[in-house]
Every structure is written in C-alpha cells, then in structure tokens.
Design a binder for this molecule. Structure first.
Ligand SMILES: Nc1ncnc2c1ncn2[C@@H]1O[C@H](COP(=O)(O)OP(=O)(O)OP(=O)(O)O)[C@@H](O)[C@H]1O
Length: 242
C-alpha cells in the first residue's frame, strides 16, 4: 500500500474551498508532478500533506514518520539572509531526528561532505547563504533533505530561478532519491520539466484533482515525442477539468 494517500479530501484557504473530493495514492519511489494553473491549489495541497493545513473534510494518510518528511518551499518564500554557511544549512538536515541542540559528530560531517560533493557544492561549504546564486541555494537546500534521509520529499517549483547545470544536477539527484524509495511530489510549471522528471501526474483544475501520466499531458499539449527536447511552454491547462 502507498505511504501517502488522499481520501475524500476537501481543503480551504481563508474560509473558501480550494479543492474537494481529492482521492488517490502517490506511488512510493516515484516522482509525481503536481500541475495546474495559478491558484489551482498546488501549494494548498502541499501544505496539507505537510500537516500545516488541516483538511475541512477527509483525510491524508501518511505512513512516513515526521522526521523523514521534507519540504522544499519556493525560494522566494525563504529568508536566506540568516547568517549560516552552506555546510551549516546541510547539517540542519540532522535536526528532525537528532535535535537542534545536539553536537554534530564525525559521521555527520562525513555525510555532509558526501552530500555536498554529490550536489557539486563542496567548494561553497563555508560560504554564507546570502552570497549564493539561486541555483547554488537550491542545491544546498536539496542537500539538507539528503542529509535528513527524506522518505517523502515535497518540492514547490524547484527549478524556478536556477541555471541549466543546476536543473541537470537536481533532476539526477531527485531520480536517484526516487530509485532509492523516496516518494517525491513536485510542483512543476513547464512541459520540459514534466517530460524530464515525472513518472506520474496529479492535475488540479476547477477545484478537483485528476490523476494522469506525463505522456497523456504531453500529447494533450501536442508534444508527441516526450523523449526529445520538449519546448518550454507554460502549463495553463485550459479546459483541463474536462
Ligand atoms: N492564506 C490564504 N488566505 C486566503 N486565500 C488563500 C491563501 N493562500 C492561498 N489562497 C487562495 O487559495 C487558492 C489556491 O492557492 P494556491 O497558492 O494553493 O495555488 P497554486 O496552485 O499553488 O498557485 P501558484 O501556481 O500561483 O503558486 C488561490 O485562490 C489563492 O488565492
């Protein structure tokens, strides 16, 4: 049985229903793209899965322990002026399981070094977060979730404001995480990212959710061969609820 399931879910923001009758299971060890127009409720669903927004009706069944759930919010939502280095940020990935006040030990530093190497940010270990580019920041933030050993990873537009090399590295690391069993839910906004990354799709439109596949979404947008370089088109999903 899937570790993350939605059952008769209704979610509201500011007293207004945003999504209702959401049902279904996210595949374990797969990357599910959460797509839909602006305001469709993608962030709302992410907040609910993270346990920040309680459902009005229905339930979210999540069998992943809290310390193994990770959320990478939109970069713009983060205050990165906090005086902290890349290595320190990556090390905070140990907090959910070890506590914030515990001293780090040798194996923690070794693991952090391995994580930074994997993400190509070893040379930035001691650089303050405020001095990083968007792509470098995103690598460091993903490093924190690797350090955490996340089994459920939620990402909100992880490729916004990042360079092409970072897109490649993030895509590769996310695929490796999924192959190792992590359940990944990622808010995406364009077809190229969808073609490159997603195994499954949950499309939000008109207050409802519909499960689909990357192939079906790409064909609907007239991109038949999804293995080729798909054009970078905004996903507006007109009439997506049909
Ligand atoms: N804190 C809030 N109070 C009231 N309404 C909200 C709040 N947050 C979101 N909303 C509304 O809920 C609806 C869904 O918003 P949400 O941010 O989940 O959409 P989204 O699909 O993530 O959009 P985007 O692609 O623009 O990020 C929108 O109509 C939005 O205006």
């Amino acid at each position: 049985m899937s570790r993350l399931r939605l059952e008769g879910l209704q979610l509201a923001q500011g007293g207004r229903t945003v999504l209702e009758h959401l049902e279904g299971s996210f595949h374990d060890g797969a990357i599910t793209a959460l797509i839909g127009a602006n305001g469709a409720g993608k962030s709302t669903l992410i907040q609910a899965i993270m346990g920040i927004l309680p459902p009005i009706v229905g339930q979210i069944h999540c069998d992943v322990p809290k310390e193994r759930r990770a959320w990478l919010p939109q970069q713009l939502a983060l205050d990165l002026t906090f005086p902290m280095s890349v290595e320190e940020l990556v090390m905070t990935g140990t907090w959910p399981s070890h506590g914030a006040l515990k001293d780090y030990c040798g194996p923690h530093y070794l693991k952090a070094r391995e994580v930074m190497r994997r993400l190509g940010i070893s040379h930035l270990a001691h650089r303050p977060l405020g001095e990083l580019s968007g792509g470098q920041r995103q690598r460091a933030l993903l490093g924190r979730t690797l350090m955490q050993g996340a089994e459920l990873l939620l990402l909100d537009e992880p490729f916004a404001n990042v360079d092409a090399d970072t897109v490649t590295v993030l895509t590769q690391v996310l695929r490796e995480m999924a192959d190792q069993g992590t359940t990944i839910v990622v808010v995406l906004h364009d077809l190229e990212q969808l073609a490159r990354l997603a195994d499954c799709v949950l499309l939000l439109a008109g207050g409802h959710g519909r499960w689909s596949t990357p192939q079906a979404i790409l064909e609907r947008h007239g991109v038949a061969d999804h293995t080729s370089q798909a054009p970078l088109l905004p996903l507006g999903f007109p009439g997506a609820a049909s």
